[in-house]
Design a protein around this ligand. Structure first.
Ligand code: COA
Length: 321
Protein backbone atom coordinates (compact mmCIF):
# COMPACT_ATOMS: atom_id res chain seq x y z
CA UNK A 1 0.00 0.00 0.00
CA UNK A 2 1.22 3.50 -0.82
CA UNK A 3 1.38 6.13 1.90
CA UNK A 4 -0.29 9.34 0.82
CA UNK A 5 -1.09 12.69 2.37
CA UNK A 6 -4.82 12.56 2.99
CA UNK A 7 -6.74 15.85 3.05
CA UNK A 8 -8.30 15.25 6.47
CA UNK A 9 -9.56 18.66 7.53
CA UNK A 10 -10.62 21.97 5.97
CA UNK A 11 -11.09 25.34 7.60
CA UNK A 12 -11.08 29.03 6.80
CA UNK A 13 -11.56 32.47 8.24
CA UNK A 14 -12.78 35.70 6.69
CA UNK A 15 -12.80 39.07 8.47
CA UNK A 16 -16.27 40.37 9.20
CA UNK A 17 -15.92 43.69 7.36
CA UNK A 18 -16.99 43.58 3.72
CA UNK A 19 -15.93 46.35 1.35
CA UNK A 20 -17.97 46.60 -1.85
CA UNK A 21 -16.82 48.02 -5.18
CA UNK A 22 -19.23 50.91 -4.67
CA UNK A 23 -17.55 51.75 -1.37
CA UNK A 24 -14.14 51.79 -3.09
CA UNK A 25 -15.42 53.98 -5.88
CA UNK A 26 -16.30 56.66 -3.32
CA UNK A 27 -12.59 57.27 -2.71
CA UNK A 28 -10.97 56.03 -5.94
CA UNK A 29 -11.57 56.88 -9.60
CA UNK A 30 -13.13 53.50 -10.35
CA UNK A 31 -16.55 51.86 -10.61
CA UNK A 32 -18.38 48.64 -9.83
CA UNK A 33 -18.84 48.15 -13.60
CA UNK A 34 -15.11 48.42 -14.35
CA UNK A 35 -14.03 46.14 -11.49
CA UNK A 36 -16.69 43.53 -12.15
CA UNK A 37 -16.23 43.58 -15.91
CA UNK A 38 -12.44 43.20 -15.81
CA UNK A 39 -12.08 40.88 -12.81
CA UNK A 40 -15.41 39.41 -11.65
CA UNK A 41 -14.83 40.91 -8.19
CA UNK A 42 -17.90 42.35 -6.39
CA UNK A 43 -16.53 42.73 -2.86
CA UNK A 44 -13.67 41.76 -0.54
CA UNK A 45 -13.22 41.16 3.20
CA UNK A 46 -10.84 43.50 5.01
CA UNK A 47 -9.29 42.92 8.45
CA UNK A 48 -10.20 44.86 11.56
CA UNK A 49 -7.50 46.59 13.57
CA UNK A 50 -6.77 43.56 15.77
CA UNK A 51 -6.78 40.94 13.04
CA UNK A 52 -3.52 39.68 11.55
CA UNK A 53 -2.05 36.81 9.55
CA UNK A 54 -1.47 34.95 12.84
CA UNK A 55 -4.96 35.43 14.26
CA UNK A 56 -6.66 34.44 10.99
CA UNK A 57 -4.33 31.47 10.39
CA UNK A 58 -4.91 30.15 13.90
CA UNK A 59 -8.70 30.34 13.52
CA UNK A 60 -8.63 28.65 10.09
CA UNK A 61 -6.38 25.91 11.53
CA UNK A 62 -8.65 25.40 14.57
CA UNK A 63 -11.63 24.95 12.24
CA UNK A 64 -9.71 22.54 9.97
CA UNK A 65 -8.60 20.41 12.92
CA UNK A 66 -12.15 20.40 14.33
CA UNK A 67 -13.51 19.40 10.90
CA UNK A 68 -11.22 16.36 10.86
CA UNK A 69 -11.70 15.57 14.57
CA UNK A 70 -7.93 15.89 14.95
CA UNK A 71 -6.33 16.65 18.32
CA UNK A 72 -3.94 19.66 17.98
CA UNK A 73 -1.49 17.72 20.16
CA UNK A 74 -0.96 15.31 17.25
CA UNK A 75 0.14 18.09 14.86
CA UNK A 76 3.76 17.50 13.79
CA UNK A 77 4.13 20.65 11.71
CA UNK A 78 2.44 23.89 10.71
CA UNK A 79 3.39 25.51 7.41
CA UNK A 80 2.04 28.98 6.71
CA UNK A 81 2.19 30.49 3.25
CA UNK A 82 2.07 34.26 3.60
CA UNK A 83 3.51 37.43 2.14
CA UNK A 84 2.09 39.50 4.99
CA UNK A 85 3.44 38.04 8.26
CA UNK A 86 2.89 39.85 11.57
CA UNK A 87 6.64 39.97 12.17
CA UNK A 88 9.89 39.12 10.39
CA UNK A 89 10.24 36.49 13.10
CA UNK A 90 9.02 34.46 14.90
CA UNK A 91 7.45 32.84 11.86
CA UNK A 92 3.67 33.03 11.57
CA UNK A 93 3.59 29.23 11.77
CA UNK A 94 5.37 29.15 15.13
CA UNK A 95 2.93 31.67 16.60
CA UNK A 96 0.10 29.49 15.25
CA UNK A 97 1.55 26.37 16.89
CA UNK A 98 1.43 28.24 20.19
CA UNK A 99 -2.14 29.44 19.56
CA UNK A 100 -3.16 25.83 18.91
CA UNK A 101 -1.28 24.57 21.98
CA UNK A 102 0.42 22.14 19.61
CA UNK A 103 3.47 21.79 21.81
CA UNK A 104 5.28 18.95 20.04
CA UNK A 105 5.40 20.36 16.52
CA UNK A 106 7.69 22.49 14.36
CA UNK A 107 6.71 25.26 11.97
CA UNK A 108 7.91 27.71 9.35
CA UNK A 109 6.59 30.15 6.75
CA UNK A 110 6.76 29.95 2.97
CA UNK A 111 7.05 33.03 0.76
CA UNK A 112 5.84 32.18 -2.73
CA UNK A 113 3.21 34.93 -3.06
CA UNK A 114 -0.08 33.70 -4.55
CA UNK A 115 1.38 30.23 -5.25
CA UNK A 116 2.25 29.81 -1.57
CA UNK A 117 -0.47 27.31 -0.74
CA UNK A 118 0.61 24.96 -3.57
CA UNK A 119 4.24 25.32 -2.42
CA UNK A 120 3.09 24.60 1.14
CA UNK A 121 1.16 21.47 0.11
CA UNK A 122 4.18 20.19 -1.84
CA UNK A 123 6.45 20.76 1.18
CA UNK A 124 4.05 19.13 3.64
CA UNK A 125 3.64 16.17 1.30
CA UNK A 126 7.42 15.70 1.16
CA UNK A 127 7.60 15.60 4.97
CA UNK A 128 4.79 13.04 5.10
CA UNK A 129 6.09 10.82 2.28
CA UNK A 130 9.57 10.78 3.82
CA UNK A 131 8.13 9.67 7.18
CA UNK A 132 9.27 12.84 8.96
CA UNK A 133 5.72 13.93 9.84
CA UNK A 134 2.29 12.31 10.08
CA UNK A 135 0.10 15.38 10.52
CA UNK A 136 0.82 18.75 8.89
CA UNK A 137 -1.43 21.80 8.85
CA UNK A 138 -0.94 23.86 5.67
CA UNK A 139 -2.29 27.38 5.89
CA UNK A 140 -2.53 30.37 3.60
CA UNK A 141 -3.10 33.60 5.54
CA UNK A 142 -2.92 37.07 4.02
CA UNK A 143 -3.51 40.69 4.98
CA UNK A 144 -2.93 42.32 1.60
CA UNK A 145 -4.93 45.34 2.75
CA UNK A 146 -1.77 46.32 4.68
CA UNK A 147 0.57 46.20 1.65
CA UNK A 148 -1.76 47.86 -0.86
CA UNK A 149 -1.36 51.45 -1.95
CA UNK A 150 -4.96 52.53 -1.34
CA UNK A 151 -4.51 55.45 -3.74
CA UNK A 152 -3.58 53.15 -6.64
CA UNK A 153 -6.77 52.07 -8.40
CA UNK A 154 -4.90 49.56 -10.58
CA UNK A 155 -4.09 47.34 -7.57
CA UNK A 156 -6.26 48.43 -4.60
CA UNK A 157 -9.45 47.01 -6.11
CA UNK A 158 -8.07 43.53 -6.72
CA UNK A 159 -7.19 42.07 -3.31
CA UNK A 160 -8.79 41.01 -0.03
CA UNK A 161 -7.86 39.47 3.33
CA UNK A 162 -8.51 36.00 4.73
CA UNK A 163 -7.09 32.61 5.65
CA UNK A 164 -7.65 28.97 4.76
CA UNK A 165 -6.21 25.72 6.08
CA UNK A 166 -5.99 22.06 5.17
CA UNK A 167 -4.79 19.27 7.46
CA UNK A 168 -2.74 16.61 5.72
CA UNK A 169 -2.35 13.27 7.50
CA UNK A 170 -0.34 10.19 6.54
CA UNK A 171 -2.66 7.49 5.25
CA UNK A 172 -2.53 4.06 3.67
CA UNK A 173 -6.02 4.47 2.24
CA UNK A 174 -6.57 1.66 -0.26
CA UNK A 175 -8.97 3.88 -2.26
CA UNK A 176 -6.07 5.93 -3.62
CA UNK A 177 -7.32 9.05 -1.85
CA UNK A 178 -4.96 11.86 -0.95
CA UNK A 179 -2.54 14.22 -2.62
CA UNK A 180 -1.52 12.56 -5.89
CA UNK A 181 1.09 15.01 -7.15
CA UNK A 182 2.35 18.58 -6.93
CA UNK A 183 4.29 20.58 -9.52
CA UNK A 184 6.21 23.76 -8.70
CA UNK A 185 7.73 26.37 -11.01
CA UNK A 186 9.44 29.74 -10.75
CA UNK A 187 10.96 32.27 -13.15
CA UNK A 188 12.87 35.09 -11.47
CA UNK A 189 13.35 36.89 -14.78
CA UNK A 190 9.70 37.96 -14.42
CA UNK A 191 10.16 39.28 -10.88
CA UNK A 192 9.42 42.88 -11.86
CA UNK A 193 5.91 42.39 -13.21
CA UNK A 194 4.43 41.69 -9.75
CA UNK A 195 6.32 42.58 -6.59
CA UNK A 196 6.37 44.52 -3.31
CA UNK A 197 8.71 47.52 -3.48
CA UNK A 198 10.21 47.11 -0.04
CA UNK A 199 11.22 44.87 2.87
CA UNK A 200 13.12 45.58 6.06
CA UNK A 201 16.31 43.97 4.77
CA UNK A 202 16.67 46.44 1.95
CA UNK A 203 14.58 49.56 2.42
CA UNK A 204 13.64 49.42 6.09
CA UNK A 205 9.94 49.66 5.28
CA UNK A 206 7.45 47.04 4.20
CA UNK A 207 6.55 48.57 0.84
CA UNK A 208 3.53 48.41 -1.46
CA UNK A 209 2.36 45.90 -4.01
CA UNK A 210 3.19 46.89 -7.62
CA UNK A 211 1.90 45.13 -10.69
CA UNK A 212 1.94 45.25 -14.45
CA UNK A 213 -1.50 43.67 -14.73
CA UNK A 214 -1.40 43.20 -18.47
CA UNK A 215 1.91 41.31 -18.34
CA UNK A 216 0.74 39.11 -15.47
CA UNK A 217 -2.44 38.34 -17.39
CA UNK A 218 -0.43 37.51 -20.52
CA UNK A 219 1.65 34.90 -18.66
CA UNK A 220 -1.11 33.49 -16.47
CA UNK A 221 -3.36 31.35 -18.66
CA UNK A 222 -0.54 29.67 -20.61
CA UNK A 223 1.56 28.80 -17.57
CA UNK A 224 -1.41 27.65 -15.52
CA UNK A 225 -2.71 25.49 -18.36
CA UNK A 226 0.69 23.80 -18.71
CA UNK A 227 0.80 23.22 -14.94
CA UNK A 228 -2.59 21.52 -14.88
CA UNK A 229 -1.71 19.40 -17.93
CA UNK A 230 1.49 18.42 -16.13
CA UNK A 231 -0.46 17.35 -13.01
CA UNK A 232 -2.93 15.24 -14.99
CA UNK A 233 -0.21 13.77 -17.23
CA UNK A 234 1.85 12.68 -14.21
CA UNK A 235 -1.03 10.44 -13.09
CA UNK A 236 -2.08 9.29 -16.57
CA UNK A 237 -5.37 11.17 -16.18
CA UNK A 238 -7.24 13.52 -18.51
CA UNK A 239 -9.51 16.54 -18.04
CA UNK A 240 -12.48 14.17 -18.20
CA UNK A 241 -11.38 12.66 -14.85
CA UNK A 242 -11.46 16.02 -13.04
CA UNK A 243 -14.47 16.55 -10.78
CA UNK A 244 -13.48 20.05 -9.61
CA UNK A 245 -11.03 22.75 -10.57
CA UNK A 246 -10.13 24.83 -7.50
CA UNK A 247 -8.02 27.63 -8.96
CA UNK A 248 -6.22 30.52 -7.32
CA UNK A 249 -8.78 33.31 -7.36
CA UNK A 250 -7.15 36.34 -9.01
CA UNK A 251 -9.46 37.16 -11.87
CA UNK A 252 -12.52 35.42 -13.33
CA UNK A 253 -11.15 35.86 -16.86
CA UNK A 254 -7.97 33.92 -16.00
CA UNK A 255 -10.06 31.22 -14.28
CA UNK A 256 -12.36 30.92 -17.30
CA UNK A 257 -9.34 30.77 -19.62
CA UNK A 258 -7.84 27.81 -17.76
CA UNK A 259 -11.23 26.05 -17.53
CA UNK A 260 -11.67 26.48 -21.29
CA UNK A 261 -8.26 24.93 -21.98
CA UNK A 262 -9.26 22.01 -19.73
CA UNK A 263 -12.63 21.69 -21.54
CA UNK A 264 -14.20 21.98 -18.10
CA UNK A 265 -17.61 23.68 -17.76
CA UNK A 266 -17.71 26.51 -15.20
CA UNK A 267 -20.17 24.37 -13.17
CA UNK A 268 -17.13 22.27 -12.21
CA UNK A 269 -15.03 25.26 -11.14
CA UNK A 270 -15.11 26.60 -7.57
CA UNK A 271 -15.30 30.38 -7.80
CA UNK A 272 -14.96 32.74 -4.82
CA UNK A 273 -13.22 35.68 -6.49
CA UNK A 274 -16.54 37.53 -6.76
CA UNK A 275 -16.90 37.62 -2.94
CA UNK A 276 -13.31 37.30 -1.64
CA UNK A 277 -11.30 39.07 -4.40
CA UNK A 278 -7.68 37.89 -4.56
CA UNK A 279 -6.58 36.65 -1.12
CA UNK A 280 -3.24 35.41 -2.49
CA UNK A 281 -2.00 32.26 -0.71
CA UNK A 282 -5.32 31.98 1.15
CA UNK A 283 -7.54 31.79 -1.92
CA UNK A 284 -7.32 28.05 -2.71
CA UNK A 285 -7.85 26.77 0.86
CA UNK A 286 -10.69 29.28 1.30
CA UNK A 287 -12.35 27.95 -1.87
CA UNK A 288 -11.70 24.32 -0.92
CA UNK A 289 -13.25 24.80 2.52
CA UNK A 290 -16.34 26.45 1.06
CA UNK A 291 -16.93 23.72 -1.54
CA UNK A 292 -16.29 20.83 0.87
CA UNK A 293 -18.60 22.28 3.51
CA UNK A 294 -21.45 23.07 1.10
CA UNK A 295 -21.26 19.52 -0.28
CA UNK A 296 -20.05 20.27 -3.80
CA UNK A 297 -16.71 18.49 -3.32
CA UNK A 298 -17.36 14.97 -2.08
CA UNK A 299 -15.24 12.10 -0.81
CA UNK A 300 -13.39 10.51 -3.72
CA UNK A 301 -13.64 13.52 -6.05
CA UNK A 302 -10.57 14.35 -8.13
CA UNK A 303 -9.68 17.97 -7.40
CA UNK A 304 -7.20 19.97 -9.47
CA UNK A 305 -5.62 23.09 -7.95
CA UNK A 306 -3.44 25.71 -9.64
CA UNK A 307 -1.93 29.08 -8.78
CA UNK A 308 0.37 31.76 -10.14
CA UNK A 309 1.86 34.71 -8.33
CA UNK A 310 4.75 37.09 -7.78
CA UNK A 311 8.13 35.66 -8.61
CA UNK A 312 6.80 34.58 -10.96
CA UNK A 313 5.92 31.40 -9.16
CA UNK A 314 3.28 28.96 -10.29
CA UNK A 315 2.25 25.38 -9.82
CA UNK A 316 -0.46 22.77 -9.54
CA UNK A 317 -1.65 20.06 -7.19
CA UNK A 318 -3.89 17.09 -7.84
CA UNK A 319 -5.76 15.37 -5.03
CA UNK A 320 -8.43 12.74 -4.53
CA UNK A 321 -10.36 14.19 -1.60
N1 COA B 1 -10.94 51.47 -12.37
C1 COA B 1 -11.09 52.11 -13.53
N2 COA B 1 -10.15 52.14 -14.48
C2 COA B 1 -9.01 51.49 -14.23
C3 COA B 1 -8.76 50.80 -13.04
C4 COA B 1 -9.79 50.81 -12.08
N3 COA B 1 -9.68 50.17 -10.90
N4 COA B 1 -7.55 50.26 -13.09
C5 COA B 1 -7.01 50.59 -14.26
N5 COA B 1 -7.89 51.35 -14.97
C6 COA B 1 -7.73 51.92 -16.29
C7 COA B 1 -6.28 52.10 -16.67
O1 COA B 1 -5.76 53.29 -16.12
C8 COA B 1 -6.37 52.15 -18.18
O2 COA B 1 -6.78 53.42 -18.56
P1 COA B 1 -6.16 54.12 -19.87
O3 COA B 1 -6.53 53.21 -21.00
O4 COA B 1 -6.86 55.43 -19.88
O5 COA B 1 -4.69 54.17 -19.60
C9 COA B 1 -7.51 51.18 -18.48
O6 COA B 1 -8.24 51.03 -17.27
C10 COA B 1 -7.05 49.83 -18.95
O7 COA B 1 -6.00 49.39 -18.08
P2 COA B 1 -5.29 48.00 -18.26
O8 COA B 1 -4.31 47.82 -17.15
O9 COA B 1 -4.82 47.86 -19.66
O10 COA B 1 -6.56 47.08 -18.05
P3 COA B 1 -6.67 45.53 -18.26
O11 COA B 1 -7.73 45.23 -19.22
O12 COA B 1 -5.34 44.88 -18.45
O13 COA B 1 -7.22 45.06 -16.84
C11 COA B 1 -6.42 44.02 -14.85
C12 COA B 1 -6.45 45.29 -15.68
C13 COA B 1 -5.52 44.26 -13.64
C14 COA B 1 -7.82 43.68 -14.37
C15 COA B 1 -5.86 42.84 -15.71
O14 COA B 1 -4.69 43.25 -16.36
C16 COA B 1 -5.58 41.62 -14.90
O15 COA B 1 -6.48 41.00 -14.40
N6 COA B 1 -4.32 41.22 -14.80
C17 COA B 1 -3.93 40.10 -13.98
C18 COA B 1 -3.83 40.60 -12.60
C19 COA B 1 -3.69 39.49 -11.61
O16 COA B 1 -4.34 38.50 -11.71
N7 COA B 1 -2.81 39.70 -10.63
C20 COA B 1 -2.62 38.83 -9.56
C21 COA B 1 -1.90 37.61 -9.96
S1 COA B 1 -1.65 36.64 -8.57
Amino acid sequence: MVTRSLLSGFGSYLPERIVTNDELSQRLDTSDDWIRGRTGIRQRHIVGEDETAVSMAAEAARRALAFGGIDPQTVDAVIVATSTPDQVFPATAVRVLHELSATGGFGFDIAAACSGFIYGMATADAFILSGKAKCVVVIGSEVYSRILDWDDRTTAVLFGDGAGAVVLTASDDPGNRGLLSTHLHADGALGDILYVDGAVGRSGHSGHLKMNGREVFRHAVGRLSSAVDEALGAEGLTHADVAWLVPHQANIRIIEGVARKLHLPMEQVVVTVDRHANTSAASIPLALDEAVRDGRIRRGDLVLMEALGGGLTWGSALARV
